[in-house]
Design a protein around this ligand. Structure first.
Ligand code: FES
Length: 575
């Protein structure tokens, strides 16, 4: 170990090491918790930020894992303190966990700032928990290691493998079309989530934990291990051991989160066919490290990065298969020529050293650059008079026939309007129509709920239609699929052009040429803009009022304006 820090330099010593009345209070209250002086005296304090909660089905195993992390911390001669933080349970929290990503980021930063932490283990995985924890820890910039929750086991229904989210959307459409029964549906409901762990498709959770590993914030291979595999327990213990060395080495997030590391993450995102949500999160995470990322950076990397991870929703398999096929280390090895292998990671070694000897054990799950699933990466950035500040589409999970398309708009004012009308027989819609949902962005949703995969109207489902062009300022679950244009910026709630579209306008989507336009004259658009009235504010008080005042647009990462950047977090006075 390259030991750079002395005991006297640890920030926890300000709490424990002084000979004054306040330090007596810190020591006596630690004794009150039942710890003998030998447990904590002269040792680094490791904060374990745990996003376990009874309501988060993806993190139920964290109650046990946190004990394994602590075991590792004790083994390495440090003092572990578990600090629970808001859990962000993706399927339960309304209107959307995205509204609370920055809340958890702030909580993480403030827990680390206000308590005697020398380093931290972040325990997360369910969608927004990963970026939130990393954003907060990056701002605090204490030595940090991320312990991913790991994917749940494959779903099962009568021997058919079910994928989280992806197969819910698929079979829900079949139920609405009358092709499966209510009995079938309740069996699917019982078989699709069979164990602790995060969604086992390449949704936002699997994407973001893989990107955390690519960025160097986990131990090698950590992000691919299924949640219930005993390797996962051992990884938790190892992470606990390693963070102690990271404290003595003074290896901090901003030492790892370089521009090259973020470029590597963008390459991996495209090669995995990862979630569109990752674009928003990576922009925000990079912002905390002082690294500007533009939407066009993603698009450029997408053009030159083949899609090689054959995992749903863009591919065929599930994350459990991905692990058995070699996992993220094998994927990184495939991408060697496109990555900066000199980036340093949490174990103090380079990315290149960490993937030495990695192998593919099933080349139908992890393809090679010579034999990709698709020649170009998953996510494309669009611009045009409908999205002057950009929009995104996951082309690998869309019907290729619709990627160049002109059709008449069918506009829904908001989610409730859409829910009320989408299945009505008198809805004027056909297979060529373009469904538009507005007021679903950062302020309009609020929080950009995952409404971007608008349902196919029932009357078209019955005719066999399974994909259509859909456009919104919402996000979409990483487990979703379809020709869904998302993150339109600026959003309609603040007067972005999406607010000005009328049903019947012709919309042109041209993914190969990166265009998204409404074919309406400039004069007419100007007339509509002059007549547009801003909607009423959503919140008068509470966190919602803070959110509304400070949230940034999708292309800027949806961070709060006062949390961006690298200004140092003020250390607390200790009196
Ligand atoms: Fe937790 Fe999907 S619901 S990761």
């Amino acid at each position: 170990m390259n030991r750079k820090k002395q005991l006297s330099e640890l920030r926890s010593q300000r709490w424990y090491g002084a000979k004054d009345m306040r330090s007596t209070g810190h020591r006596s209250r630690t004794l009150q918790m039942g710890f003998a002086p030998e447990a904590y005296t002269g040792k680094p304090v490791i904060a374990i930020i745990n996003t376990w909660s009874d309501i988060n089905s993806c993190h139920t195993h964290f109650k046990q894992r946190v004990e394994e992390v602590k075991r590792g911390v004790w083994q390495a001669g440090a003092f572990p303190l578990e600090m629970p933080a808001i859990s962000l349970a993706e399927v339960f929290q309304k209107p959307t966990t995205m509204m609370y990503r920055n809340f958890l980021a702030m909580e993480t930063e403030e827990l680390l700032r206000s308590y005697p932490a020398d380093g931290c283990v972040l325990m997360g995985g369910c969608d927004k928990t990963t970026p939130a924890l990393i954003m907060g820890a990056t701002s605090m910039n204490l030595p940090t290691i991320f312990m991913p929750a790991g994917p749940m086991l494959r779903g099962n229904w009568r021997g058919v493998q079910l994928g989280s989210g992806t197969d819910v959307w698929k079979y829900w459409a079949e139920l609405r079309a009358g092709n499966i029964t209510e009995q079938d549906w309740s069996e699917i409901e019982a078989g699709i989530a069979r164990s602790p762990g995060v969604c086992m498709t390449m949704g936002t959770a699997a994407t973001m934990t893989a990107l955390a590993e690519t960025l160097g914030l986990t131990l090698p291979g950590a992000s691919s291990i299924p949640a219930v595999d005993s390797n996962h327990s051992r990884m938790a213990e190892q992470s606990g051991r390693r963070i102690v060395d990271m404290v003595w080495e003074d290896l901090k997030p901003r030492d790892l989160l370089t521009a090259q590391a973020f470029k590597n993450a963008m390459v991996v995102l495209m090669a995995m066919g990862g979630s569109t949500n990752a674009i928003i999160h990576l922009v925000a995470m990079a912002g905390r490290a002082g690294i500007p990322i533009k939407l066009e950076d993603f698009d450029e990397i997408s053009k030159h990065t083949p899609f090689v991870a054959n995992v749903r929703p863009s591919g065929k398999y599930l994350m459990e298969d991905f692990y058995y096929a070699g996992g993220i280390r094998a994927l990184l090895d495939v991408l060697r020529s496109k990555l900066d292998l000199n980036c340093v990671t949490a174990n103090g070694k380079t990315l290149g050293e960490n993937i030495a000897g990695a192998k593919i054990y099933n080349d139908d799950v992890i393809h090679t650059l010579d034999n990709p699933v698709q020649a170009a990466g998953g996510i494309v950035v669009l611009r045009g008079n409908l999205a002057p500040d950009g929009a995104v589409i996951k082309q690998t999970a869309a019907d290729p026939k619709l990627l160049q398309h002109k059709g008449k708009a069918v506009v829904f004012e908001d989610y409730n309007d859409m829910a009320a009308r989408i299945d009505r027989d008198d809805l004027e819609v056909d297979a060529d129509s373009v469904l538009i949902l507005r007021n679903a962005g950062p302020l309009g949703g609020p929080g950009m709920p995952e409404w971007g995969q608008l349902p196919i109207p029932k009357k078209l489902l019955k005719l066999g239609v399974r994909d259509m062009v859909r456009i919104s300022d919402a996000r979409m679950s990483g487990t979703s699929y379809g020709v869904c244009v998302l993150h339109v910026a600026p959003e309609s709630f603040v007067g972005g052009p999406l607010a000005l579209v009328k049903s019947g306008d012709v919309i042109e989507l041209d993914v190969p040429n990166r265009k998204l336009n409404m074919l309406v004259s400039e004069d007419e658009i100007a007339r509509r803009r002059a007549a547009w009235k801003a909607p009423a504010r959503k919140f008068e008080r509470g966190y919602g009022a803070i959110f509304s005042k400070h949230i940034k647009q999708a292309n800027e990462g949806c961070d709060f304006d006062f949390l961006e950047g690298t200004a140092p977090t003020a250390e607390p006075e200790i009196h």
